[in-house]
Write a protein that binds this ligand. Structure first.
Ligand code: ARG
Length: 261
């Protein structure tokens, strides 16, 4: 995670960003801290990247890389405003027990990549359509040695995979079908017949932008409707208020880069 110390909305690269509405930096930091405390209280270890001035979106740490089996596929951001974030993430991994691969193609890390370790022996789900270049899907498969399922995003409001789909545990996912092309919906229905299906109201609340440890599903406080659906499927929803980060077009998942050693 990376604290929103320099968080602002001073450019607009997704439909949620409104540069005319000022953000409340103190509130953003307080809410972020609550998310971090929630994760540590649940027993998880959180590593913190230093925030870099002039990189206001760096709080969305999920976009900086994608790791599977101790291998890391680095990010290459689509927009120049975020390009320099990749180096900060790279530095974290090259200093640790990871095999790091620099990307040739545009990809925004866990924004557009998810991993489901026990689906068909380990599947990478990958989004394209707005940010990540489909060529990066092939590149990720070569780097990570796991099959990549390409999914096409079709609604600009759901510009990253992680605002349209989330892994709930090692086998199952939740997603908002209409964020995907019809063929991609068909692929998801084939692979995940027991998925928890989200509706438009869930997606608009950024409910899909969740993190799960397989038991606890951490959602933002507006996401109680999806929370009840995941509860019915056997998980425990945990809510955290993260309203300020929504102004940049992200929520819980965007703020957390998961490490898969
Ligand atoms: N303002 C950021 C952008 O548009 C938000 C990124 C959200 N992160 C995510 N993992 N979906 O790039």
């Amino acid at each position: 995670m990376c604290p929103p110390e320099h968080f602002t909305v001073e450019y607009a690269i997704n439909p949620w960003m409104d540069t005319t509405v000022p953000v409340d930096p103190a509130l953003a930091l307080k809410q972020w801290q609550m998310l971090k405390d929630t994760l540590t209280d649940l027993g998880h270890t959180v590593h913190v990247l230093d925030a870099v001035p002039a990189l206001p979106d760096m709080v969305y740490a999920a976009n900086g890389a994608f790791s599977v089996d101790g291998k890391v596929y680095g990010a290459r951001f689509k927009y120049p405003q975020r390009a320099a974030e990749a180096a900060a993430h790279r530095q974290f991994y090259v200093g640790g027990p990871w095999t790091f691969a620099d990307p040739e193609h545009v990809n925004e890390g866990e924004g557009d990549f998810a991993y489901v370790p026990e689906a068909h022996g380990g599947l990478i789900l990958a989004g394209h359509g707005f940010r990540t270049d489909p060529a990066a899907h092939t590149e990720a498969q070569e780097v990570l040695g796991r099959p990549v399922i390409s999914l096409k995003l079709v609604d600009p409001a759901y510009y990253h995979l992680d605002v349209a789909l989330a892994a709930l545990d090692d086998r199952n996912v939740t997603y908002f079908p209409e964020a995907f092309s019809e063929s991609s919906q068909q692929v998801l229905a084939q692979l995940f017949p027991d998925a928890v299906i989200a509706d438009r109201a869930d997606a608009e609340a950024f409910a899909l932008n969740l993190v799960s440890d397989g038991r606890h599903v951490i959602l933002n406080h507006e996401s109680t409707a999806l929370g009840e659906k995941v509860r019915a499927a056997g998980y425990t929803p945990v809510y955290v208020e993260l309203s300020e980060l929504k102004r940049g077009g992200g929520s819980i998942k965007c703020a957390v880069a998961e490490l898969r050693p």
